[in-house]
Design a protein around this ligand. Sequence first.
Ligand SMILES: O=C(O)CCC(=O)C(=O)O
Length: 150
Amino acid sequence: MGVVISLDGAPRQQWHPDSQFQDGLLNVFIPLVDLSPRNGPTELALGTHRVPKPCCPTAVAPLLEKGSVLIFDWRVWHRGLGNTSGAERPVAYVTYARAGVEAASYKAGLPSLDAWEAVWCNPSVDAESGRHAHESEEEGGERHEVDDDG
Ligand SMILES: O=C(O)CCC(=O)C(=O)O
């Protein structure tokens, strides 16, 4: 449980999940002020908790009223948008874990965002490595696509 305060002038965050693979963890966000396009609502990339991830997911940034509740899976990619409102934007959060689930170290070992953005817009890229489906280790990591017919 805690509060995230986006200060006036805070830039947009990078897309990130709070855990990449752990099922059974939920974020509950409760904005302590009304959210507006200017004070940096949380933006969520829908369906990104699923494996495989959707290609080019739809992103939404709900403009919630103060005291509303937003619940999302820890694996959903999200970010706080920039705050240009002239005021702080505090959001209280509570984390719920299914019985027996312990949160792994926060944001440890996440893949690079570049890899994930490539995955979202290119389904032939492997989600874990950011490599194209036909790319092999021996090829030294260069992007190389092989025609399925030969
Ligand atoms: O400020 C937000 O809307 C999201 C905060 C967040 O995702 C984080 O601090 O990791």
